[in-house]
Write a protein that binds this ligand. Structure first.
Ligand code: PLP
Length: 385
């Protein structure tokens, strides 16, 4: 190791998404791996962005984000969740949820602090924790319903616990945390005085009778929760990278320090467009939700006919399916064979586990894809060689 190398970067893997996408290109495979839509968000939203550009909204935005967008975020949190936030003190617009995650972890996690997270985790939750010198501690979400053992969680809490991370609706399992689970987490957070970072980027993608509950709505949690979401998922514009954090004034001050000295400010015209879009959620959401319900049912029904048994998700645009027993060594072996032999790229989720071996028995499918892409992908899967 050279003296200028940062040892935190040793063993930091290439993202599995880049690895699988490169392989998808190489083998000309259908890509049900990458976690973003292969279709555009609404045209009116693009027109809003262009209108903002034409009216001179092209220079730096204020560091915390433009006021109208921060206000729109507060308004929809009031309307959908009855939460009272104010744009000046509580909301920070970030470069996607990705920056929100980094700025939050960097703001509160110091070297040696422990961070509890549920596995399978979203990779940035783990790697940002490590980048900040924090120590990840894992609670397993176990098949078939991806629930967790309350005792296992409680046993992980120590006097070094600084932060607990949840993601609901959950990537990659499609789990939507229940009120009982959230209340248990809240009870521990209050008793042991740690913060909760709640990644809610799939907040509007829930199915059947599943209901998204922000943990900030649980009594006494608003002041110790950092809620994160992203317009990228809600409006199918992941490339716009407009996300945000919502937190108490004190917590927001710390997050804004990191945001100011890393990103400073986020794309101005896209902020203007998204401010309008959050004001139109009532009109927009029914079709958006119906579209994902149809796609969830399509992929689930197709997979039932294969040897890969789906765990029907309650939320998000991901689905986990069991790998047929005795056919493959593990998820990595299966994913490599599928991309090479079947021209289907899928994510092997064992990389999202730090403790359990359960990830080796499943694969993650993304159904934020055109129906034809989903059908072609599962058709390729059925042509097993
Ligand atoms: C759970 C979760 N959090 C955060 C992100 C990143 O969001 P953004 O694209 O807004 O940076 C993703 C994207 O896949 C995600 O699945």
């Amino acid at each position: 190791m050279n003296h200028y190398e940062n040892k935190l970067l040793n063993n930091m893997p290439d993202s599995i998404f880049s690895v699988m996408s490169k392989l998808a290109l190489k083998h000309d495979a259908v890509n049900l791996g990458q976690g973003f839509p292969d279709f555009d968000g609404p045209l009116w939203l693009m027109e809003e962005a262009f209108a903002a550009m034409k009216s001179g909204k092209n220079q730096y935005a204020p560091s915390p984000g433009i006021l109208s967008l921060r206000r729109a975020v507060c308004d929809y949190h009031k309307k959908f969740y009855d939460l009272d936030w104010n744009p000046d003190d509580n909301v920070t617009i970030t470069a996607g949820a990705t920056e929100a995650i980094y700025s939050t972890i960097k703001a509160f996690v110091s070297p040696g602090d422990e961070v509890i997270m549920f596995e399978p985790f979203y990779d940035a939750h783990q790697l940002d924790t490590i980048l900040c010198g924090g120590i990840p501690k894992y609670v397993t979400l176990s098949k078939p319903d991806f629930s967790f053992d309350f005792n296992e969680l409680e046993a992980l809490v120590s006097d070094k616990t600084k932060l607990l991370i949840i993601n609901s609706p959950h990537n990659p399992t499609g789990k939507v945390y229940s009120l009982e689970e959230l209340e248990f987490i809240a009870k521990l957070a209050i008793k042991h005085d740690f913060l909760v970072m709640s990644d809610e980027v799939y907040e509007f993608i829930t199915f059947d009778d599943a209901r998204h509950i922000p943990i900030a709505t649980v009594p006494c949690m608003a002041d110790r929760t950092i809620t994160i979401s992203s317009a990228g998922k809600t409006f199918s514009m992941t490339g716009w990278k407009i996300g945000f954090t919502i937190a108490s004034k004190t917590l927001t001050e710390s997050i804004r320090k990191i945001h100011q000295w890393t990103v400073f400010a986020v794309n101005t015209p896209a902020q203007h467009a998204v401010a309008t879009a959050f004001g139109r959620l009532d009109d927009y959401l029914p079709d958006f939700q119906a579209m994902y319900l149809k796609k969830r049912d399509l992929i689930n029904d197709l997979l039932i006919k294969t040897d890969f048994k789906p765990h029907k998700p309650a939320g998000s645009y991901f689905l986990m399916a069991d790998i047929p027993a005795n056919k493959y060594q593990d998820d990595m072996d299966c994913a490599m064979k599928l991309v090479e032999n079947n021209k289907l790229a899928i994510i092997p989720p064992s990389v999202f586990y730090g403790k359990s071996e359960e990830g080796k028995t499943i694969l993650r499918f993304c159904f934020a894809k055109n129906d034809e892409t989903i059908k072609k992908g599962i058709e390729n899967l059925m042509n097993l060689v």
